[in-house]
Design a protein around this ligand. Structure first.
Ligand code: GLY
Length: 372
């Protein structure tokens, strides 16, 4: 079992990673379930998919440990990160009588984790929660670090809080049932860690990415653990993203966010796919600024394409120009007045926050990319 500490003073917690952990959840999360029993069920939040796949096994397993689960089940997809679902979830938690000493279990992908984390941040000014992420994207990114949020008409993740989980339980075995497209989308975030801060990991992924995507146990666990170890380090250094450390985790996200907004945050482009294309664009833009070589930018593109992820803006066939994409970027919550910090590459394995990027030049660059 890999155990990765997230060293935050007063809020330190562990991320535990091992095949089969979900079937041993009562042991893995034992310190956080002590206040529950047959008459006081553990609050679990899932979506209809994770509920269908895992609730039966969890109910039986908890019963073996003298525990029971009470389920709150949401529809899959971003619509669950809404005021309406948040209100219903908070009411449900209050009806169950959760206290600040209790822990709620979030069993699902990023949507469930973000929703539960935010509900737990606000109910009684802070209830504990345990993340049990069931997508690769949630395992390597959103379940760790305490960013929680819902979406509103004004945009995604604009209402939220930093609220760290008490434990993150990662069972790579749950990825067996994850659709391949979602697996690839999560893999984009894995590649991100190599690109932003670990050239040796990037090279390892170039050689072993196929194994990771095929869910080969050793390769998958190594990829997840290496990704989380980097995220844990960065979060411990810059929990609230004020020091240009945590911002590095947004590599590919500024371009990606604009693409997601232009495609209506729809299945046309999943978040991880938008990040993948965004990282290819960030690499090519870094080459345009002569910060990395064209050969390095091509290496980034090749690694992303090898995973079956999108690398070409032209192939996306957007009915807009570069200026329209830049307009989406201006609504990004990272926008600072009229400028925007961009995550660019100084080398493969070394990202940095560029604050001198001319948005008109970005629009020209995107026009050229769209022309193919
Ligand atoms: N997903 C980026 C972060 O957690 O900061």
């Amino acid at each position: 079992m890999a155990v990765i500490p997230v060293a935050l003073a007063g809020r330190a917690y562990e991320v535990v990673i091992e095949e089969g952990l979900l079937a041993r959840l009562a042991e893995a999360a034992a310190p956080f379930l002590k206040r529950y029993g047959p008459q006081r069920p553990v609050p679990f939040v899932a979506d209809t998919n994770t509920h269908r796949l895992f609730a039966g096994g969890i109910d039986a397993h908890l019963a073996d440990h003298g525990l029971a689960a009470e389920w709150f089940v949401v529809e899959p997809g971003e619509d669950a990160k809404s005021w309406d679902v948040l209100e219903r979830l908070c009411d449900w938690l209050l009806r169950l009588g959760v206290t600040r000493k209790d822990h709620v279990i979030a069993l699902g992908g990023g949507v469930v984790g973000d929703l539960v984390g935010f509900a737990c941040a606000v109910v009684k000014r802070g209830v504990g929660f345990v993340q049990v992420p069931t997508t690769l994207l949630a395992q390597v990114d959103s379940s760790v670090g305490g960013k929680t949020a819902i979406n509103t008409r004004a945009g995604k993740n604009l209402i939220g809080a930093f609220h760290q989980p008490s434990l993150v339980v990662i069972d790579p075995l749950v990825l067996k049932t994850l659709p391949d497209r979602e697996m690839r989308a999560g893999y984009a975030e894995v590649l991100k860690y190599g690109l932003l801060g670990d050239a040796a990991f990037f090279a390892w992924l170039e050689a072993n990415g196929t194994q990771v995507l095929a869910r080969a146990p050793a390769a998958l666990e190594h990829a997840i653990a290496t990704s989380i170890a980097m995220k844990a380090r960065i979060v411990a250094e810059d929990e609230r993203e004020t020091l240009d450390r945590r911002a590095l985790l947004n590599l590919g996200h500024t371009f990606g966010h604009a693409l997601e907004a232009e495609t209506g945050f729809s299945d046309r482009l999943l978040h991880g796919e938008a990040v993948a294309l965004g990282m290819a664009l960030a690499a090519r833009y870094s080459a345009r600024r002569a910060e990395i070589t064209l050969a390095d930018a091509e290496r980034v593109t090749a690694a992303i394409a090898a995973a079956g992820l999108p690398v070409s803006l032209a192939a996306l066939g957007l009915a807009c120009d570069g200026a329209a994409l830049v307009a989406h970027m201006r609504h990004d919550k990272k926008a600072e007045g009229t400028t925007l910090p961009f995550l660019l590459l100084r080398a493969l394995g070394e990202a940095y926050v560029a604050r001198d990027v001319d948005l008109a030049d970005i629009a020209c660059f995107l026009d050229a990319e769209m022309a193919g």
